[in-house]
Design a protein around this ligand. Structure first.
Ligand SMILES: [Zn+2]
Length: 278
């Protein structure tokens, strides 16, 4: 069985194993203004004739999202849409096959996301080559899921840096709060996983986050320049990931330059067309 068939088969199994009813997706985007408090995060409640301010239901999520404000889609990928993900920029036949399989798997996954989410199944998108489109596709997935879920997107190194920042005396929040916020986000996308050298503290913190997400069946999506087999982390980290992700091999071809070239060509075409029409 090749990658495509194998993963689709695994997805079907996860779909049918589901015993709970699909939950209705909460409206949980950060940008949504809460209708109860108009975004104040506090509401007035009258008790025994006395009015007092109590935290609104939305407050907890808002606080968490502020804690994770570093976890946003990078500016360059904000508008990335899966529908406009370009498969035609890959030139090697092997790349074309790989990217087409990868996109089929991702589409099936997203179409079935409610069920996959119940099972806590995420994705592990990898290829050794930088610029092969992994971050672009991950951003596209993030933008798609953001329509219905609280999605956090962070570069692996940034997460570790943020953890380190909490060790400072003047830190804004504690390490445990940060880890808690990372552990409870509906969907966490970790970009460029596995570039940092695997010091003991890194293994420990990553395990804490990943294990907590594992226990609570939270969806985690990774991009990496390593396969799960060559990742330098503890087995306890990689085993958790192995169990809860579909591993998707991305092409070993950098398309960064091809995309820039293609954009230039299209620009020229547009200009030429404009000239012919005008
Ligand atoms: Zn509210």
């Amino acid at each position: 069985m090749d990658q495509l068939e194998e993963i689709l088969e695994r997805m079907r199994n996860h779909s049918t194993n589901s015993c709970r009813n699909a939950e209705t997706p909460e409206s949980s985007r950060d940008s949504d203004v809460c209708p109860l408090c108009n975004g104040d995060e506090w509401i007035l409640v009258k008790k025994d004739g006395i009015e007092r301010a109590v935290p609104c239901k939305c407050r907890e999520r808002a606080v968490m999202s502020r804690r994770l404000r570093f976890a946003d889609i990078p500016e360059a990928f904000r508008g990335m849409d899966l529908k406009t993900f370009r498969m035609d920029v890959y030139r090697n036949p092997d790349s074309k096959k790989k990217v087409s399989d990868a996109c089929k798997i991702i589409k099936t996954y997203l179409d079935d996301f409610e069920k996959q989410k119940e099972q806590g199944m995420g994705l592990f998108i990898w290829s050794r080559t930088k610029g092969s489109g992994k971050t672009r596709i991950a951003a596209g997935i993030a933008n798609e899921l953001m329509k219905s879920y609280a999605v956090k997107f962070a570069v692996s190194l940034t997460i570790l840096q943020e953890i380190k920042n909490t060790w400072r005396k003047d830190a804004e929040y504690s390490e445990s709060r940060l880890l808690d916020a990372l552990s409870t986000a509906d969907v966490l996308i970790i970009d460029d996983f596995g570039v940092e050298c695997p010091a003991d503290w890194i293994n420990d913190k990553l395990y804490q986050i990943i294990n907590e997400r594992y226990i609570n069946r939270k969806v985690t999506i990774f991009t990496s320049n390593e396969s799960l087999e060559t990742l330098q982390y503890d087995d306890r980290v990689t085993n958790r990931i192995k169990e809860r992700t579909y591993q998707i091999a991305f092409p070993e071809e950098s398309v960064r330059d091809h995309i820039a070239e293609r954009h230039k060509e299209e620009m020229i075409e547009k200009v030429m067309k404009g000239r012919n029409n005008g």
